[in-house]
Design a protein around this ligand. Structure first.
Ligand SMILES: *Cc1c(COP(=O)(O)O)cnc(C)c1O
Length: 364
């Protein structure tokens, strides 16, 4: 059993992928070729935002978003302590300071009630992370940002396709950033990402920053980076996009099947769903106090698991000295979370094997 199986999916669209790659090899526009624009249009329509700009990775998307709103050395950006490093890393890369706040035990996402204590005169932006595929409490976070004149950038690297109060993830704040890393819900065969916004000026800034701050060729209006989405990756994503909506439904069926059983297993806490929201289950992540014993038991039966993430960001050596706060929920989650095999094509037999093995372990 694979933790995330990308092979079966490929067999469903291999022909289209081959054709799309062939088209790129024929026209030869490897940098910002027509497929990039085509994908941007399709994704903007899917998300419901006015602008989509394809970029080199989810990390580039976050960095470019911060650059587009003018985050500079000395500024502060509020981020959740429980996330992948990229959320906070890009803040530091720009010379600004990530200010870590705790997350909610129920959703694993940024706790909006912690914002008040974290904001200062230097705060420029907030980056809530839609962790594992479910959005944070965006309404409260947006309201807080509005009151304090801050920009909200959604780190939607794991949540493309999720809905929050009827709107799509990536279209819930000033800028939404997603990733096409191969194992993300919409994954390429290499690195890729995208920024979404409804703001014309921000869209223009992002479009320039991804190409060295260039407006016209060799005319550089601002400092940018080399942060473009590859034409070949866009061509591959266009083929995979045909499957995407069906895959989200399949993921949610598998998650429901897991939760239906696991909610009655003592000691295991399955993920909780927020009201008025949907979850795309980039990861299906349970919590339990004896995580290592269970993962060892599952590994013996050939069932892979993963830990997202074993160290909260404020405890990472890379951010040493930045935060002296405790952030107890983030610390506890880092010790208790365990992600189970999850991908749209996980068979019923494999799901049952995972569940039976967990029950067997819990009852021993
Ligand atoms: C994957 C991920 C990123 C970074 O995306 P890349 O495409 O790998 O650069 C950022 N934030 C979160 C929460 C992620 O899961």
């Amino acid at each position: 059993m694979q933790f995330i199986d990308l092979k079966y999916q490929q067999s469903l669209v291999r022909e289209t992928i081959n054709q799309n790659i062939k088209k790129v090899l024929d026209h030869g526009q490897y940098i910002l070729g027509p497929e990039v624009n085509e994908l941007e249009q399709s994704l903007a329509a899917f998300v419901g935002s006015k602008h989509c700009i394809g970029v080199g990775s989810g990390t580039d998307a976050l960095q470019i978003a911060l650059m587009a709103i003018g985050v500079k050395p000395g500024d502060e950006v509020i981020v959740p302590a429980f996330s992948f490093i990229a959320t906070a890393e890009v803040v530091s890369l720009l010379g600004a300071k990530p200010v870590f706040v705790d997350v909610e035990e129920s959703s694993y996402c940024m706790d909006s009630t912690c914002l008040d204590a974290a904001v200062t005169a230097k705060t420029k932006a907030i980056i809530p992370v839609s962790l594992y595929g479910q959005c944070a409490n965006m309404e409260e976070i947006n309201a807080f940002a509005l009151k304090n004149s801050l920009v909200v950038i959604e780190d939607a690297a794991q949540s493309l396709g999720a809905k929050y109060k009827g709107k799509q993830s990536c279209n819930l704040s000033t800028i939404g950033c997603t990733s096409f890393f191969p194992s993300k819900p919409l994954g390429a065969y290499g690195d890729g990402g995208a920024c979404f916004t409804n703001d014309k000026d921000i869209a223009k800034a992002i479009t320039q920053i991804r190409v060295h701050g260039q407006g016209k060729r060799y005319h550089h209006a601002q400092i940018g980076i080399n942060g473009r989405l590859d034409t070949l990756q866009a061509a591959i994503l266009l083929a995979k996009l045909d499957l995407f909506e069906d895959e989200i439904i399949k993921r949610s069926h598998i998650a429901n099947n897991y939760t239906e059983v696991l909610k009655d297993v003592s000691g295991i806490n399955p993920p909780l769903l927020n009201n008025n929201a949907t979850h795309v289950f980039a990861q299906y992540t349970i919590r339990l106090s004896d995580r290592n014993a269970l993962s060892t038991h599952l590994e013996k039966q050939g069932i892979p698991t993963a830990i997202h993430y074993p160290i909260p960001l404020h405890k990472q050596p890379a951010f040493e000295g930045l935060s002296d706060s405790n952030l107890p929920i983030s610390c506890r989650l880092a010790e208790e979370v365990l992600s189970l095999p999850m991908h749209p094509y996980l068979t019923k037999a494999d799901q049952d094997k995972v569940l039976d093995s967990i029950i067997e372990w819990a009852e021993q």
